[in-house]
Design a protein around this ligand. Structure first.
Ligand code: ASP
Length: 327
């Protein structure tokens, strides 16, 4: 007998296939396997215009037959290493005590995942998250423990505080206004979802989080279901913006679940944004944006405020897409 879950999954695939012009794909009630929906992949999406740079490394890996997991890790590493970006990896803004602390997570097509929170001194937090996933029986390691894992695996301890971020912190200290309200235009967390040539999905998300945050503050970006979620049967989603709002609503999980019900990626992102708006009277004061890709390679995004964009790269083209927004 077909379970309700199976039915919903199959219905979703049917509608995705139709939307993607794959009218000749059929889902038989007797099969437990998803239909072969990988169309003209590989594809990569990532948050914000600067995602183009990260996507270009990810797509090279995918064009050469690499898998989605390697692609998302290597892709977001480009932004982690870029000192000019002040909210990811090296050069990230410090917390209010002057420590650069990184949050990151990664999730593969088998539903395995790894995460690090409040990691210091290691540029590639995403690779430590992957170590947590592949070399430990755990999903999340924080602070010292995450650092120990990185060092035990040959990673180098580095100073992540650049002169630019230090200067911004010195400036902030003059007033020490602790206002954890995220700027509406300026976010740089990179969240990425990729589909490889086999149609398999993985995702990664990495950030230094809110500038001048309280010591020990962890945002949505390393929390599976909040900053990132991937279900290889359905699709993947990632978030950027005020992490507290995304945490309260488990936004990325919600986006994937809405796609499971047959919504397009943009519609699903819109539901997650609406949920945040319903639950936060002060929603006009902060930004949150979601991006998503479904199993048919369709993509979309949606945000509270205007100005959110994502980068999409396929084997033939790259583009940045301005998202619709609630306001
Ligand atoms: N979501 C990140 C956090 O709250 C910040 C951002 O995306 O700008 O840590």
């Amino acid at each position: 007998m077909t379970s309700r879950r199976e039915f919903i999954t199959k219905a979703s695939f049917g509608s995705l296939a139709a939307a993607a012009g794959l009218g000749n794909l059929s889902c038989t009630e007797s099969s437990n396997q998803p239909p072969p929906l990988s169309i003209a992949g590989p594809f990569v999406i990532s948050t914000w215009d600067f995602g183009v740079k990260a996507n270009s490394i990810a797509i090279e890996i995918l064009k050469n037959g690499g898998n989605a997991l390697d692609a998302v890790e290597e892709g977001v590493k480009v932004i982690e290493a870029d000192g000019s970006n002040t909210t990811v990896g090296y050069g990230g803004m410090p917390d209010r005590d002057g420590h650069v602390t990184l949050d990151a997570c990664i999730m593969d097509s088998n539903g395995m995942c790894g995460s690090v929170c409040a990691l210091e001194h290691i540029v590639h937090a995403i690779s430590v998250a992957r170590l947590v996933m592949e070399k430990t029986p755990h999903v999340i390691l924080v602070g010292e423990g995450a650092l120990e894992l990185a060092l035990a695996n040959g990673m180098k301890k580095e100073n992540l505080l650049t002169d630019k971020s230090k200067a911004a912190w010195e400036e902030w200290k003059k007033k020490e206004d602790y206002e954890p309200i995220i700027n509406i235009e300026n976010h740089d967390t990179i969240g990425m979802v990729a589909m490889d040539a086999n149609g398999d999905l993985s995702g990664a998300c990495t950030t230094s989080g809110l500038g001048f945050k309280m010591r020990g503050r962890v945002g949505d970006s390393p929390i599976i279901g909040a900053g990132l979620y991937v279900d290889n049967e359905i699709g993947g989603a990632a978030a950027t913006g005020l992490g507290e709002a995304v945490l309260r609503t488990l936004g990325s999980f919600l986006v994937v679940e809405m796609m499971r019900q047959g919504m397009s990626p943009e519609e699903a992102c819109k539901v997650a944004v609406s949920r945040i708006i319903e639950k936060h009277k002060n929603y006009k004061d902060f930004q949150v944006g979601f991006i998503a890709m479904n199993k048919a390679g369709e993509t979309g995004g949606y945000s509270i405020h205007q100005g959110f964009s994502f980068a999409k790269t396929s084997k033939d083209e790259e583009m940045t897409i301005k998202c619709n927004s609630f306001i």
